[in-house]
Design a protein around this ligand. Structure first.
Ligand code: BTN
Length: 239
């Protein structure tokens, strides 16, 4: 697998996009030591201090539109990579694809699509806190170095992660969502609990019942079951 390595770039997702437009064939990965404009989901900043992992993978889907279920496939692969390096950690997946350890965020995934010359590309941006946990205003963060005596370099981490992503992508291609879904649910936070979905413009509260075969979060509200495709989960006791 080709990995293009950079010292400092704005965002590995943007560099991946530029490399696609240079005509380089996918799959490939972009790995950066630091980013000056790292970004997260919902237009958040992703603080990108040296020593942590900042990378983006690219898959070429040709004329097909990438399936949104890839979000779960990648989340599971990153989860398993973290567990590979921190065997005893109690990690959990927080919908849609954050990974938390001891309730604090250790990694984030930003999936973007890009169309160039009538081909659709999935850009998989992954950030993992390896040596430091950037302070974020509204949430706790943690890094691998805090929970494990030995922790990998970004290069060691990406090499293992590429293997795991390849494995879960093949599982998804063979069995669709049927193998990935139960594995994801086994590692999921808050099933059966009261949660709030924050969609920016509105908040919806209810009980997190499951992720259904379409990848929607099923939320049992006072007005019946609603199917959620986007937002952030807030875990807290409701009155
Ligand atoms: C999130 O949890 O909000 C997603 C964070 C994704 C961060 C990664 S770091 C590598 C890639 N490049 C970016 O600018 N963002 C993603």
């Amino acid at each position: 697998m080709t990995i293009f390595e950079f010292d400092e770039i704005e965002s590995s997702n943007d560099t991946a996009r530029a490399i696609i437009e240079d005509g380089v064939s996918a799959p490939f990965w972009v790995l950066a030591n630091s980013q000056t404009k790292g970004r997260g989901r919902l237009k958040r900043e992703w603080r990108s201090q040296r020593g942590n992992l900042f990378c983006s993978g690219v898959i070429d889907f040709g004329s097909e539109v990438p399936n949104p279920l890839y979000s779960f496939v990648i989340g599971l692969a990153v989860y398993e990579t973290i567990m590979h390096f921190a065997h005893n950690a109690e990690a959990i997946l927080k919908w849609p694809n954050d990974i938390l350890i001891e309730g604090a965020k250790i990694s984030g995934i930003l999936l973007e699509t890009h169309t160039f010359q009538r081909r659709n590309f999935l850009i998989i941006g992954i950030g993992v806190n390896l040596v430091s946990a950037p302070k974020i205003l509204d949430r706790e963060t943690i890094c691998l170095a805090q929970i494990s005596e030995t922790f990998p370099s970004p290069k060691d981490f990406i090499n293992v992660m590429i293997g795991k992503i390849d494995f879960f992508l093949k599982e998804f291609q063979k069995h669709s969502f049927s193998k990935i879904r139960p594995m994801w649910l086994d590692r999921a936070m808050g099933l059966g609990e009261k949660i709030i979905i924050d969609q920016g413009v509105k908040k919806i509260s209810g009980i997190f019942r499951t992720i259904n075969p379409n990848g929607e979060l099923e939320l049992e509200t006072e007005n019946g079951c609603v199917f959620i495709n986007s937002g952030d989960v807030i875990f807290q006791q409701l009155p």
